[in-house]
Design a protein around this ligand. Structure first.
Ligand code: ADP
Ligand code: MG
Length: 259
């Protein structure tokens, strides 16, 4: 089926380009609540390459969050395959998936809220402590991550003492503290005014270019999407369009994004 009819893709490993960092093949996800079945993803095919900055757009309920959850291994899929850095995640144990996420992925998700009783830097170092990094080392790296988002001087403040934009930058520092290969954002600028949202996008673009990190960002905001390199549009559980909007990753002479 899809295996014998690969999508035209000049950047595939066979063509000498980099291998995808994330690949979905006929990805199906169905929610069965007992009363209703929701076909949230109805056969999604997608390849995301290292260093890409991708926006995912589409109307509410079309499956964007479900797609991020399935690609990152948070959610179990019902059909097809998801390959993360070449490994089929259905063949990984829950422990392996969790460990891989902790080491290789960062999340800027609304439901991963900052803990109000912890200071900003304590929030940022938490993922490191959870994955066994010693406290001194964790603190050092958390402060470094706070510095990247220009918040070092706010390290000891609690979330309630920070503005919305600063809080979102703490969330980003926390997503970046393990130096992940891939960062998932579900409406990362959703609650911010347009000026702050643009600042956050400047920051994410800089990280994408300087560290070659891969960003996959769900957004409603056309302006935010235009700041990425590739816009994937979803509707009703399917990808309906996938276009390059700007130069490929970094524009630094790596494989051009054009087919
Ligand atoms: P989006 O992020 O694009 O708004 P979602 O991925 O959240 O869309 O949802 C896609 C569809 O799946 C929607 O119809 C939604 O109601 C349904 N859905 C999402 N999560 C669940 C769940 N845990 N249980 C049942 N249905 C769900
Ligand atoms: Mg959503």
């Amino acid at each position: 089926m899809t295996m014998t009819q690969p999508q035209p893709d000049t950047r595939s490993a066979e063509a000498g380009g980099p291998a995808p960092i994330i690949e979905a093949v006929d990805l199906v996800k169905t929610y069965d609540t007992g009363k209703v079945r929701v076909n949230a993803l109805r056969g999604v095919n997608l390849r995301i390459y290292p260093g890409e900055m991708v926006a995912i757009m589409g109307p509410s309920g079309c499956g964007k969050t479900t797609l991020l959850n399935c690609l990152s291994g948070i959610d179990v899929i019902d059909g097809g395959r998801v390959l993360v850095e070449g490994t089929d995640i259905s063949k990984m144990s829950d422990n392996d998936k969790t460990e891989h996420r902790a080491r290789r992925m960062g999340f800027i998700f609304q439901f991963y809220n900052l803990l109000p009783v912890l200071s900003a830097v304590e929030n940022v170092e938490l993922p490191l402590l959870v994955s066994g990094v010693r406290s001194g080392e964790a603190r050092r790296r958390a402060i470094e991550a706070m510095d990247v988002v220009h918040l070092a001087e706010w390290a000891t403040h609690r979330p309630a003492e920070l503005s919305g934009g600063q809080r979102q930058r703490v969330t980003i520092a926390r997503a970046l503290v393990n130096n992940p290969a891939i960062v998932w954002g579900d409406e990362p600028t959703g609650d911010l005014d347009s000026v702050t949202a643009a600042e956050i996008m400047d920051l994410l673009s800089r990280l994408n270019k300087e560290h070659n990190q891969t960003f996959v960002l769900v957004t409603h905001d056309r302006g935010i999407a235009q700041r990425t390199e590739r816009i994937i549009r979803m509707q009703d559980g399917l990808i309906i369009a996938d276009e390059q909007v700007n130069d490929g990753p970094g524009g630094d002479g790596r494989q051009p994004a054009k087919e």
